[in-house]
Design a protein around this ligand. Sequence first.
Ligand SMILES: C[S@@+](CC[C@H](N)C(=O)[O-])C[C@H]1O[C@@H](n2cnc3c(N)ncnc32)[C@H](O)[C@@H]1O
Length: 216
Amino acid sequence: MQGLLQALKVIGYIILGFGAYQVIMRFIRCNWHFPAPSFITVFLNSRLRARLQDPERVIKRSGIKPGQRVLEIGCGGGFFLPYAAQAVGAEGHVVGLDIDEKMLEKSLSHLAKTPAHIRERVELIQRSAYHLPFEDASLDVVYLVAALMEIPDPQRCLREVRRVLKPQGVLAVSEFMPDPDYPTRRVTIRTAEGAGFAVEAVEGNAWAYTIRFKKV
Ligand SMILES: C[S@@+](CC[C@H](N)C(=O)[O-])C[C@H]1O[C@@H](n2cnc3c(N)ncnc32)[C@H](O)[C@@H]1O
């Protein structure tokens, strides 16, 4: 009985801690917009994160196929890049774009742990999500994970994504709840629709989801 009470106490503390973290972080994020600091990759690239948001599943749900040209906006510490590089195969190409130089350095060291033949499919670019260095209609898939709502004007970013995507191209937005910028599925859909996209598929649940969009 005492053991059970102890366990309930610990669970209570965890829930309380998570709730307090969410309230404080959301208050900060609502009032001050700044890119996530690079030290946060300690969590973003961790095994715990992989349990909360399986990177392989995220990439699968993003609709990435062999031979495609793929862009990740706000790639951060590069957690998803090796999986995307694996999915595009030897003929494909992946670009990881981020506004923060320090984040790209983290991506680079993360990629260094990946076999060379996969790593070589990835290119890293420091650029703003508002100015994508690609020709019109040149990419097959653009995906963002826990990044869209960190960009001060997400619709401006998505209009730029619309420009660079091929006519049948896919925009995939993945989110997970521990992110203080986490938007509900409804907010993500409204944001993307406002930038000229239509929902193709919604996968996952409120905790961690991926929504694929097509251009309209
Ligand atoms: C919370 S991190 C997520 C990183 C990665 N997608 C992940 O899930 O591990 C969001 C990233 O978006 C980047 N970012 C924020 N604003 C940006 C902008 N305007 N243009 C490009 N990247 C931006 C940040 O630098 C940061 O690396």
